[in-house]
Design a protein around this ligand. Structure first.
Ligand code: ADP
Length: 377
């Protein structure tokens, strides 16, 4: 007993003989299971196409004063999206091509109208349409997801931007308070003000990271590029970080003597991030090593620490936005998991590479390369 539902075929055809012929052909198809619906005119056919229940439409090329191609175009313009097969007579020239151009899925001439061929044409047209719909759905879902993501980024960007003004003002007041208390000799309050300032600096860094990721996602992270000597930048940053890091000694190895082309502040941001991570994730250790080297095409910088290291399976993941290794593995170091993602994007935009070399328990070495501008070296 047949359990699957019949495929409903709408025939739009003004000649009853052709209807009877098609009915006969369809009934004789061994594996076919078809119901044939029939409309005789352009107008009733169009009305059924747009509102009636069916799976596929077979359209005759000759429809009284109209042609099947006119009907095809009108229906497609009105959003008809089921498969259409055009039925052509003998010697009707290039109608097959015109039909396909107008939006038909296939055509068959009345002389060729025999079961097996028709069965195949119908099945293929239905399956092709289904695949086309699925593709369209997939694309429109992707577009919707992108729009949502872009709105979300816009919103985060707006909120974070609004946070910047009060934070900057708070920082100014904390510093003012610190200086006043020192002047009046109130050392305890001065200490509180100084701690407030440190916390506000951390808050500013978080807000800046958020702003950077939203700008990155929108492709709006600005780069101000110029030539600059690489070694001076490293020396400045190492000095700055050493100033706030009393526990570990930062050792510098190597010199490049190279001038590079890029955004000095952004590249500095990457080096700062690698050094602060080394401080943060290797807290009980004594040394951090910054190694630099160069060849004719690139400079390389590596920051090595002697902390807990990173399992090999996570080497790629740590560069993903918001990715952090489980707390129980790394202690409770604060962070949002954005620093390495931003660093990787900056290095990529500056035409370099970034990677990590590490084994669990054996420290971590983060390295990046940047191209050298040959004309200036
Ligand atoms: P955050 O430090 O805010 O978590 P990052 O993107 O800088 O974000 O780092 C992502 C994760 O990579 C960190 O949460 C940490 O688990 C791991 N990680 C980064 N640097 C080191 C390091 N030097 N040693 C061990 N783990 C690290």
């Amino acid at each position: 007993m047949e359990t699957r539902p019949a495929t409903k075929i709408l025939l739009i055809e003004d000649d009853e003989d052709d209807y009877i012929l098609l009915q006969k052909v369809l009934t004789k198809i061994p594996k076919g299971h078809y119901t044939l619906l029939w409309e005789r005119s352009y107008t009733s056919g169009l009305a059924f196409m747009l509102t009636g229940d069916h799976d596929l439409c077979v359209l005759d090329y000759r429809l009284g004063a109209h042609t099947g191609i006119e009907l095809l175009k009108t229906a497609r313009n009105q959003g008809y999206n089921r498969p259409i097969i055009l039925l052509t007579g003998a010697n009707e020239g290039d109608i097959d091509i015109l039909a396909l151009q107008a939006g038909a899925d296939d055509y068959i001439s009345k002389e060729q109208l025999q079961g097996e061929l028709l069965h195949r044409i119908i099945r293929y047209a239905i399956e092709r349409k289904k695949a086309e719909h699925e593709r369209e759905m997939f694309i429109s879902e992707q577009i919707a997801a992108q729009e949502l993501e872009s709105k979300r980024n816009e919103f985060i960007g707006m909120v974070v931007h609004e946070l910047k003004t009060p934070i900057t003002s708070l920082k100014g007041y904390a510093q003012l308070l610190y200086k006043r208390c020192l002047r009046t000799g109130d050392e305890q309050t001065a200490q509180f003000a100084s701690r407030m300032d440190t916390q506000i600096t951390k808050l500013t860094a978080l807000v800046d990271d958020f702003l950077d990721v939203t700008r990155l996602a929108e492709g709006k992270l600005q780069f101000v590029e110029d030539y600059f000597p690489f070694d001076t930048l490293i020396a400045e940053i190492v000095q700055e970080i050493q100033f706030i890091n009393e526990r570990q000694t930062i050792l510098q190895e190597g010199i490049t003597n190279k001038t590079i082309w890029g955004d000095r502040t952004r590249i500095g941001q990457v080096i700062t991030n690698l050094l602060t991570n080394a401080m943060k994730y290797a807290p009980g250790t004594e040394r951090i090593v910054v190694k630099t080297s160069s060849d004719t095409d690139t400079i390389t910088l590596c920051v090595q620490d002697f902390g807990p290291g990173i399992p090999k399976t996570l080497h790629n993941k740590i560069f993903n936005p918001f990715y952090r290794i489980e707390k129980n593995q790394q202690g409770a170091a604060p962070g949002l998991g954005l620093g390495l993602h931003i660093a990787a994007e900056i290095i990529k935009r500056q035409k370099g590479h970034i990677w990590v070399e590490s084994e669990e328990g054996k420290g971590a070495t983060f390295c990046f390369t940047l191209p050298i501008d040959r004309e200036h070296n």
